[in-house]
Design a binder for this molecule. Structure first.
Ligand SMILES: NC(=O)C1=CN([C@@H]2O[C@H](COP(=O)(O)OP(=O)(O)OC[C@H]3O[C@@H](n4cnc5c(N)ncnc54)[C@H](O)[C@@H]3O)[C@@H](O)[C@H]2O)C=CC1
Ligand SMILES: O=C(O)[C@H]1O[C@H](OP(=O)(O)OP(=O)(O)OC[C@H]2O[C@@H](n3ccc(=O)[nH]c3=O)[C@H](O)[C@@H]2O)[C@H](O)[C@@H](O)[C@@H]1O
Length: 441
């Protein structure tokens, strides 16, 4: 099928590449000429594991191409997928200007029947707004489909190629037939393809993200209880996760969820509830807990140093909002760094892939180490914010040797408490007992 994907971010480029991989002809459009130039030279413009080989293969095969020219893409395609940003507006609702401006442009440019697909995360009623907008500018027939995306950064290709489900919001039988064919290569006998009305599809996306965020905030609250009651949140996680009704995933306590989606989508859902005259009390609590969680972690560091905080040097392992991505949007590390800088703390960081993006944001306000051990040189404590694999089993002798004091604040519970006790570290993690070096008397 001939497909245009508008917006080549994490969602658009992965979608375009994976659709090309199964034999479609995909033309990707982006407003950012610099980015398009890179992609035309076969350079993937961001870090996403497993994307590059598919991306290069399909460019080479001629099934994947890039342009800044929307008209060309609209003319050549039957299906036009919008994978555009929907950032939070000042009041917390989703900003639909990218989607609606593009809908207007498509309406003006189209010269035959098109299927306009919304893959961006958008509030209920957006499909209707897109339909109205396009209709204002064209006399040609078209359908508008809500096809929310559930991929995760870091495993995006796998999530697209083997989706847990694909939601297609449409009432058109013609579109259902076309989408059954389009998604057939990614389905096991089609049982994961779910058709519903557009409004339900739009709300399903928010329900999924808000529910996952709720699991995380629940566990973060539980971690707070564990610290006071002398329990271990990792045992609670294992103990409840074995129950299939609860499930093992998204039960990891930490420094609070970040990323470009959970914070904005949970907030947008709360805003939707307010707009219709109600409120969504659970979602409000989820947001509060999430912000409190990173503040609590910050307080642990501040309280440890007390009056001596100013002038201390801290080593940060991890900057991205989660491992396997260079995305810093709403990354808890950035919040912690900004707050500690205000306290006069010196910060040196290491992240396997997010350093370049961090430099763009923070410049020389912080230091950037070549590797995780250089980062520790003469620091007063190590702060772990992202659970990259290479932080999981480090050389503790080097850590002890390089740090001024054997002090670790671990926002991701990477290490075993007994081991840290044996090694003589001060080790402050999440929802587990504080480990302090034994004092000899
Ligand atoms: N990042 C993720 O993991 C997921 C994101 N989503 C949703 O998908 C949507 C897109 O998200 P991301 O891919 O993260 O965004 P992104 O910010 O990574 O990429 C958006 C792209 O659109 C381009 N763009 C902006 N205006 C344009 C225009 N008028 N014409 C053509 N291109 C334009 C930008 O230059 C950029 O390359 C959002 O609604 C998001 O909530 C949904 C599922 C997962
Ligand atoms: O709408 C979106 O954009 C996407 O948002 C999330 O994907 P993503 O933001 O890439 O990352 P997640 O793996 O969900 O992690 C989000 C945040 O939650 C945190 N998290 C996750 C799981 C957990 O148990 N504990 C926890 O603190 C992570 O550290 C991270 O900061 C969803 O998982 C995707 O299904 C969805 O498509």
């Amino acid at each position: 099928m001939k497909i245009a994907v508008i917006g080549t971010g994490y969602v658009g480029l992965v979608t375009g590449t994976c659709l090309a991989e199964t034999g479609n002809n995909v033309i990707c459009v982006d407003i950012d000429a610099n980015k398009v130039g890179k992609m035309q030279e076969s350079i993937v413009p961001f870090y996403e594991p497993d994307l590059e080989s598919l991306f290069k293969r399909n460019i080479h095969n001629g099934t994947l191409s890039f342009t800044t020219n929307l008209e060309e893409a609209v003319n050549e395609s039957l299906i036009i997928i919008l994978a555009l940003p929907t950032p939070p507006s000042e009041d917390g609702s989703a900003d639909l200007s990218y989607v609606l401006n593009t809908a207007e442009a498509i309406g003006k440019l189209m010269t035959s029947y098109k299927i306009i697909v919304n893959k961006s995360t958008v509030p209920v009623g957006t499909a209707d707004k897109v339909r109205e907008t396009v209709a204002n500018y064209t006399k040609h027939n078209f359908d508008v489909v809500s096809n929310p995306e559930f991929l995760r950064e870091g495993v995006a290709v796998n999530d697209f190629m083997k989706p847990s489900r694909v939601i297609v919001g449409t009432r058109s039988e013609k579109v259902k037939k076309i989408f059954s064919e389009l998604y057939a290569p990614y389905m096991r006998q089609g049982e994961r393809l779910i058709f519903m009305d557009e409004r339900s599809a739009e709300l399903t996306k928010y329900a999924a993200n808000a529910f996952l965020a709720t699991k995380i905030s629940f566990m973060n609250e539980m971690a707070g209880l564990c610290e006071i009651l002398g329990a271990n949140v990792e045992e609670i996680r294992r103990g409840i996760g074995m129950d299939d009704r609860i499930g093992k995933q998204f039960l990891y306590a930490g420094v609070g969820y970040g990323g470009s989606c959970f914070p904005k989508d949970v907030q947008a859902l709360a805003k939707t509830a307010i707009e219709i005259g109600g409120d969504f009390r659970i979602v409000d609590a989820v947001m509060k807990t999430n912000y409190a969680q990173r503040e609590k972690f910050l307080d642990k560091i501040i309280n440890y140093f007390g009056a001596n905080l100013k002038g201390k040097k801290l080593a940060f392992w991890g900057l991205a909002f989660k491992p396997e991505t260079d995305d810093l949007r709403e990354a808890p590390a950035l919040y912690l760094i900004e707050e500690l800088l205000k306290e006069g703390v010196e910060i040196v960081t290491y992240d396997p892939v997010a350093m370049e993006n961090t430099k763009k944001q923070l410049g020389d306000k912080i230091g950037y180490a070549k590797n995780q051990y250089e980062c520790l040189e003469k620091a007063d404590a190590l702060v772990i914010v992202t659970e990259w694999k290479n932080f999981r089993n480090p050389d503790f002798d080097q850590i002890a040797e390089k740090l001024n004091d054997k002090v670790i604040f671990d926002g991701r519970n990477l290490y075993n408490l007994e081991r840290m006790q044996e090694l003589g570290f001060y080790y402050n993690s999440i929802g587990r007992q504080l480990v302090q070096p034994k004092t000899s008397n």
